[in-house]
Write a new protein. Structure first.
Length: 418
């Protein structure tokens, strides 16, 4: 049988540079600060393999100074044998290599095995820039990516340590981390990171939510209305005319729920004509149209006027006045159209002696008309409403118990709710 030639244990040139295979003391080997790998994971499996089969590959090191060596490749194996109590280990020594080149070679070796996290890569790049003075263009030539790519990797180090650790252990991706850097404060970043984990948000959903949040924040900073609502007698409670809602920016409200003013005889006694009431409705609806977002909804509880006295307000002209079409005509001007109708069944006690007391001898033809059923008109503004975030959707859902509590509204209304 032909014998194979054993490899040379030394390949050192006349300048003392080259590779040398040598058995050296483990105590003389360290992991330099610039080494990219910081997380060595669980070492038990590796230690079991070394005990069973021995060290299959020597450590790759460089000489820091006489008798002292730094790891280029094999930091995890070094940690494993240190814990096992070994005293010496076989090493391939790269002599004559600079510390900066050793750091870069460490990165290359670990990237080839895909053992580095995004945080470890970012820390290594920062070390190459800060400790060894490489520019972004020089790092690009060494294979770290374009200057823009390198800058994005370094942004991850601006995140709080708690968030960096989530990226390090794989709970969050580097993509999540890069999107989180858009937020301005550490508190916002930590809160959003928790939401990403709790709701299992993708990078795209996270970016969409953060962009919406930032756009809203910028808008609020830009439009800071003056204090126009006067303080009332009750602390924290304010009253103002709905015809002027300029504390609300244009297209800022998604849902308006209202019960407009009723035209009862008392109001005419104050000197208001029906025409003036119509103008009042028009002004309020105009403001609603201004503040409602495209695709937004207005829900109006509208009851017909049961004690209408006509334009002159005279009591001898008693009649019923339908009012739904008035709101419909007003809102159409602003691209808001009636799309649905809900019937509200009031409790029986609602109409009892509403306008007076009736006796046994009260003529049947003199009973007033009581509307125990009222309309809730649903109007929608033309356009597409933005899709709410997953967080808002989850918060908007009601439990079965909440549905029962809200819909039944007490024992008196239960029959109508079922």
């Amino acid at each position: 049988m032909k014998k194979t030639q054993q490899p040379s244990k030394s390949a050192i040139d006349q300048n003392g540079n080259g590779l040398e295979l040598k058995l050296i003391s483990i105590d003389s080997i360290t992991v330099p600060n610039h080494h990219p790998r910081s997380d060595f994971g669980n070492l038990e499996t590796l230690q079991g393999s070394i005990k069973r089969d021995g060290l299959q590959e020597p450590l790759f090191v460089y000489e820091i100074k006489a008798g002292k060596f730094g790891i280029i490749d094999g930091a995890r194996r070094l940690k494993a044998v240190q814990e096992m109590g070994m005293k010496q280990i076989s090493c391939l020594i790269n002599k004559g290599i600079s510390e900066a080149d050793a750091a870069h070679l460490s990165y290359v070796k670990n990237v080839e095995r895909k053992t580095l996290s995004a945080i470890e890569i970012a820390r290594h790049i920062k070390s190459m820039r800060d400790d060894f003075g490489y520019t972004l263009n020089e790092l690009e030539l060494k294979g770290y990516g374009s200057p823009a790519t390198i800058s994005n990797k370094l942004k991850l180090l601006d995140l709080p340590e708690t968030v960096q650790q989530k990226i390090q252990d794989g709970t969050l991706t580097a993509g999540h981390g890069l999107v989180l850097t858009k937020l301005h404060t550490r508190e916002e970043q930590e809160r959003k990171a928790k939401k990403i984990i709790d709701f299992d948000l993708t990078v795209n959903k996270t970016e969409y939510q953060i962009d919406r949040y930032l756009a809203k924040t910028r808008k609020e900073r830009k439009v800071r209305p003056k204090e126009i609502i006067p303080s009332g007698d009750v602390p924290g409670v304010y009253f103002k005319d709905a015809r002027n809602m300029n504390e609300l920016p244009d297209k800022s409200v998604h849902l308006i729920v209202s019960s407009p003013p009723y035209f009862v005889g008392m109001e005419f006694e104050k000197g208001m004509t029906f025409k003036e009431h119509l103008a009042n409705i028009g002004d309020v609806m105009k403001e609603c149209g201004r503040i409602l977002v495209p695709g937004g909804v207005i829900a109006l509880n509208v009851a017909d006027i049961i004690k209408f006295k006509g334009n002159n307000g005279q009591s001898d002209n008693v009649q019923i006045q339908l009012v739904g079409h008035i709101y419909q005509s007003s809102l159409k001007k602003y691209g808001i159209y009636l799309t649905d109708e809900v019937i509200w069944a009031k409790r029986p006690a609602w109409s009892k002696n509403r306008y007076g007391t009736y006796k046994v001898d009260t003529p049947h033809t003199s009973y007033k008309i009581y509307d125990n059923w009222e309309h809730v008109y649903i109007f929608r503004k033309k356009g597409e409403r933005e899709i709410p975030s997953e967080e808002i959707v989850l918060q908007s859902k009601l439990t079965r118990e909440q549905w029962i509590a809200y819909v039944n509204g007490g024992v008196g209304n239960r029959a109508y709710a079922q």
